[in-house]
Design a protein. Structure first.
Length: 563
């Protein structure tokens, strides 16, 4: 039950305002909105004047009864409806002027008991925390009894009750809609407090955007960039951080339509006064105003990130870099802009992040491509045998260790006029293998191909390798070893990817095994040595051999024979 001591309504006013289900808030409301726009004073008081939302009470109630008496009138009126399109109206007894609304709550189907104090507080906090006026609740509390009212024994110890039940007014809403204030009137402490209030993150935000957009569409926005990624950052069921309001009245707290998924870590509020009152997710998706707001917000976020100092941006990218990179395959319209925001560690950056612009600016004069390699471990990538020839040429290589990087390179074929090229897929064409050497290794290469036919597509002398024994490379049209691993880990059935076994024709081990083959192709240990060359290639790229125990035995036997 909710009561007031206001001016109340006459019978005719009850019919006018409550007599037609959902009539309030349509023509009359929109007319008032237009008038307020003409006077340049759109006020939050409009919401509530025309009963917008009154009939939402039937979501929780089977029946609603309104008893009201107009000030100065002798007759009171009782209005009753079940919300199904009809109502009853009769005279009733009411001593004082004002209105009393009684909700007969549904017995089934409600997720919460709205007679409970905590449930009422939650609803007010969620939906009306920032309305301009206080929402006050008369709450029962325990209060200590005055000392003279406490009964005590002979030793002065209390006997019986030491507290009493009292009712006190408690303001349930904060009313601190700081996004409506000019930036100069909001302190850093208020920004931080507000961020914690809406995000439940007790770390201070890294940066913020406070903007008021005026023009054909008007809205306020206060957005925050967190300093730490939340625990559920990459969970599919995570919620975005944008709260949508209309004139301080809460609409929804997970407005995915206002920010793309890859920027879902941005927290904040958007207050759009011109939103359709019958707003829903379906309407938001089609709403021109919402699309315009989204476009402007994304633009502002890009501007903020672009202007960050390097140290601050590196801190940000450590936390949210993978999310930013996921925008490359997701957002074709902003792909070029996002590509300027992504960063990578490289073979020459000494652990520091490098932008693609910086990489291109310091490419060697004879360097044709932006070289990269993908995998799950930066140390393994930096030491990969695939990079040996590139290091000799002093070419810098991007080390891509996020799973999303596999999709980045598929969606970003070039940057700054330079094509991206994998260091492990296809031929690098940095140097030709001597034809005479090819001929010398021809029979040995064919033997290895026969021995490893189920595992590999081809065996050849490598132009990549300078120090390592062997490596595995893929076709230019094939997928990387890391991509294959990602796909398998996600549960997808993958056909076996046969790759090319490349040999370092100058390595002593390769030369020795070749010599053993040429001396006696039927030597019993030769098949083991062939498998060993393949296993070493797998291990060099951070993979796992099929039979670690057998691999260990082969290495042990080989070492024992050389001692």
């Amino acid at each position: 039950m909710v009561s007031d001591n206001g001016i109340g309504m006459t019978r005719d006013e009850v019919v006018e305002n409550l007599g037609t289900i959902a009539k309030s808030g349509t023509a009359a409301f929109m007319a008032a909105m237009e008038e307020s726009k003409k006077s340049d004073s759109i006020s939050p008081e409009l919401i509530g004047q025309f009963g917008v939302g009154f009939y939402s009470s039937f979501i929780v109630a089977d029946k609603v009864v309104v008893e009201t008496r107009k000030a100065g009138e002798g007759e009171a009126v009782r209005w009753e409806s079940d919300g199904l399109g009809s109502y009853t109206l009769e005279t009733c007894a009411k001593k004082d002027h004002g209105t009393t609304i009684t909700l007969y709550l549904k017995e089934e189907g409600l997720e919460e008991n709205f007679t409970e104090e905590w449930a009422i507080k939650r609803v007010v906090k969620q939906h009306s925390d920032f309305v301009a006026y206080p929402v006050i609740m008369n709450v029962e509390k325990d209060e200590p009894l005055p000392d003279e009212e406490v009964i005590k024994d002979a030793e002065g110890k209390p006997i019986g009750e030491t507290t009493k039940k009292v009712f006190k007014d408690e303001t349930l809403n904060s009313m601190k809609a700081i996004w409506t204030k000019p930036k100069g009137e909001v302190t850093d402490e208020e920004y931080d407090e507000f961020y914690r209030h809406i995000s439940h993150d007790w770390n201070a935000p890294l940066d913020k955007i406070h903007m008021k957009f005026e023009g054909t569409t008007e809205y306020d926005a206060l957005l925050f960039v967190p300093s730490k990624a939340p625990m559920d950052m990459y969970y599919s069921e995570k919620k975005t951080g944008i709260h949508l309001y209309s004139k301080r009245v809460f609409i929804m707290d997970d407005c995915t339509e206002l920010m793309p998924e890859y920027l879902g870590f941005i927290k904040g509020v958007v207050d759009a006064s011109d939103l359709n009152l019958n707003v829903s997710r379906e309407i938001l998706q089609q709403d021109r105003l919402v699309r315009n707001i989204r476009k402007n917000l994304v633009k502002k976020v890009f501007e903020l990130l672009t202007k960050m100092e390097k140290e601050t941006y590196d801190t940000f990218f450590n936390e949210f870099g993978a999310a930013i990179k996921s925008g490359i395959p997701m957002d074709h319209e902003n792909r070029e802009k996002i590509s300027t925001l992504i960063r990578y560690k490289t073979t020459q950056s000494d652990g520091a992040y490098v932008s693609l612009e910086e990489y291109v600016a310091r490419m060697k004069e004879d360097q044709e491509f932006i070289y990269y390699i993908t995998g799950e471990n930066l140390i393994s990538l930096a030491g990969s045998p695939h990079l040996e020839a590139l290091k000799v040429k002093d070419y810098e290589v991007l080390l891509m260790s996020d799973p999303v990087d596999e999709w980045v390179v598929q969606s970003l074929p070039e940057f700054g006029g330079k094509k991206l090229k994998s260091a492990e897929i296809g031929d690098l064409n940095l140097a030709d293998v001597d034809d005479e050497k090819k001929e010398a290794f021809k029979n040995f290469v064919e033997y290895l191909k026969t021995q490893l036919d189920e595992e590999i597509k081809e065996v050849k002398l490598s132009s990549r390798l300078k120090d390592s024994v062997s490596c595995l490379s893929g076709d230019a049209s094939g997928m990387s070893a890391y991509m294959e691993k990602i796909m398998k880990a996600s549960g997808q059935e993958m056909p076996k990817q046969k790759r090319v076994l490349e040999l370092n024709g100058d390595h002593p081990l390769v030369v020795a095994v070749k010599g053993l083959f040429e001396k006696d192709p039927g030597t019993p240990v030769l098949p083991d040595h062939a498998q060993l060359l393949f296993d070493l290639a797998i291990i060099s790229e951070g993979g796992r051999v099929e039979d670690p125990a057998l691999f260990s035995k082969r290495v042990g036997d080989l070492m024992a024979k050389t001692m």
